[in-house]
Design a protein around this ligand. Structure first.
Ligand code: HEC
Ligand code: HEC
Ligand code: HEC
Length: 434
């Protein structure tokens, strides 16, 4: 009898009835939360992104077959390991590459190549920044055009010369030329919406101000670069032209080695590693006398239609020191004012008027009526005085890679005369500082 304890004492404590289903409840809640976060974090943003990408740009040009092959090559060679394709919401990025990247710009990219790591510069807006001969020479041998570049060479994409690219190299180039294309074809509405409400308003305001100005990549050769820096003040600064001049000269030589020697050669004579892949060839800077203003303008704008980049990223004093250095390269004695007798000049003027004026312009500034359609533009002979031997050579051979033709029809006397005349144009218009 003693074994039969009262049932109430022995029974397990009483629990609410649903407690027995706790496992089930937890299971369902777990699934529920998983599903909820999957929708909130995975699906909704994806839908939102698709909506943004889809509505912004209906007329974005799709990739061609060659461009898609180039994209494959870009991926397989690991270019994305060093290059991002995403201009971030940061003033430093916007200054260098323009307005921040928006989602729709990479609408046709899957997976996107936005990237996370920059060893080289961002490439989201690479189209138009560099000429084709620059890009190919750069792929073949980056250090030839950018001395000291950390980018590896890809010579197997070529048949032993940057001038003979394989199909893979031209496809890759085609792909590089798509980067930023979406933006160029975009409408104002798509471009104006830049940020979400979540952005820091102060940062946003700064970026808006930067974006309000027209943007051109500072390395991109441009016929009308946004604002031209007058360097005359930098060369003749308050500390006195002589003292400053000497420092600038040494700095100029260094900067030339770091930036220019790859193409123009260590001595500026155009004999360089890069020259074989570039057309037009880098100029021999020793064969002409250049005015300060002309050089400043060339460095600021680059030479559109050639591989010669613009150097707007350099400080004004650095540009001034480069200008000084380039001017020391020309060693021929200066003979302005004693060029030829007036009969020769008169004859030269008439040869010039018949043959050269349409491109080089009445006063030789390169703004003849035909000039607007030509890149590179005709030489501005008021700011550049080629040696007589150079003019003679140009008249015999023309300038390959430009619209400057050879003139086999000119008599010897006409050549001599037009050479003298062309050289007399240097700094002729009154008031042009040399
Ligand atoms: C090891 C890192 C690295 C890899 C890999 C790499 N690059 Fe670069 N790239 C750089 C660096 C550094 C620069 C900047 C110096 C220069 O211009 O050479 C650069 C510059 C460039 C530029 C010039 C951008 C401009 O306008 O100034 C282009 C275009 C470019 N790379 C394309 C490519 C392509 C295409 C590939 C793949 C085939 C590639 N890069 C692979 C590091 C790399
Ligand atoms: C990627 C190769 C490349 C680099 C780098 C380069 N240049 Fe050039 N440069 C050229 C080419 C090509 C031309 C010739 C364009 C032509 O014939 O119209 C040229 C033209 C010039 C001219 C105009 C010459 C003339 O006779 O009108 C000057 C001046 C000049 N470069 C200076 C420089 C300086 C200074 C640097 C360095 C800061 C530099 N270049 C870097 C390729 C280059
Ligand atoms: C169809 C247009 C055109 C005509 C016509 C023309 N030129 Fe040129 N010329 C050019 C262009 C473009 C350049 C720039 C080449 C360059 O950027 O390297 C140039 C450059 C030059 C140069 C500088 C070459 C150098 O390498 O520094 C000289 C000198 C010259 N021309 C003389 C003449 C003379 C003289 C005539 C007439 C007999 C003439 N040109 C007719 C377009 C023309």
């Amino acid at each position: 009898m003693a074994e039969t304890a009262p049932a109430s004492a022995l029974a397990t404590p009483r629990h609410p009835r649903w407690f027995g289903l706790a496992y089930l409840v937890i299971f369902v809640a777990g699934i529920g939360f998983f599903a909820l976060s999957f929708v909130a974090l995975g699906i909704l943003p994806g839908l939102q992104l698709r909506q943004k990408m889809g509505s912004a740009q209906a007329d974005m040009p799709p990739y061609s077959a060659a461009e898609l092959r180039g994209r494959q090559t870009y991926v397989s060679l690991g270019c994305a390991l060093c290059h991002t394709q995403q201009v971030r919401f940061l003033p430093a990025d916007v200054r260098r590459w323009g307005p921040p990247t928006q989602a729709w710009e990479t609408r046709y990219d899957f997976p996107q190549l936005w990237g996370t790591r920059r060893i080289g510069p961002d490439l989201a807006r690479e189209t138009g920044v560099r000429s084709a001969d620059w890009q190919l020479s750069h792929l073949y041998d980056p250090q030839s055009v950018v001395p000291g570049s950390a980018m590896p060479p890809y010579p197997w994409l070529f048949d032993a010369s940057p001038a003979r690219p394989s199909a893979a190299a031209t496809d890759l180039l085609a792909y590089l030329n798509t980067l930023g294309r979406a933006r160029q074809s975009a409408s104002g509405a798509a471009l104006s919406k830049r940020a979400d409400a979540a952005m820091d308003p102060a940062l946003m305001a700064e970026i808006e101000i930067l974006c309000a100005a027209p943007f051109v990549n500072p390395s991109q050769a441009s016929l009308d670069a946004p604002a031209f820096n007058d360097l005359t003040n930098a060369t003749n600064g308050p500390s006195g032209p002589v003292a400053t001049g000497r420092n600038l000269g040494a700095r100029g030589a260094l900067l030339f080695t770091q930036n220019c020697a790859g193409c123009h050669g260590p001595f500026g004579d155009g004999a360089s590693r890069a020259a074989k892949g570039l057309l037009p060839k880098p100029s021999n800077l020793r064969e002409s006398r250049y005015s300060t203003q002309g050089l400043a303008s060339t460095l600021w704008k680059g030479v559109a239609g050639s591989s010669m980049p613009a150097w707007r990223e350099l400080k004004a004093t650095d540009l001034a020191s480069l200008v000084m250095h380039v001017q020391t390269l020309h060693t021929q004695p200066i003979d302005v004012g004693n060029l030829a007798n007036s009969a020769t000049l008169a004859r030269g003027a008439s040869v010039y008027a018949v043959n050269c004026v349409s491109c080089h312009g009445i006063n030789g500034d390169g703004n003849g009526p035909a000039a607007k359609a030509l890149v590179p533009r005709p030489a501005d002979l008021t700011h550049k005085q080629p040696d007589a031997s150079l003019v003679q050579r140009v008249l015999t051979q023309g300038v390959a890679g430009t619209s400057m033709p050879p003139w086999p029809g000119l008599s010897d006397a006409d050549r001599q005369a037009v050479t003298a005349f062309v050289r007399s144009l240097y700094a002729m218009p009154a008031g042009v500082p040399n």
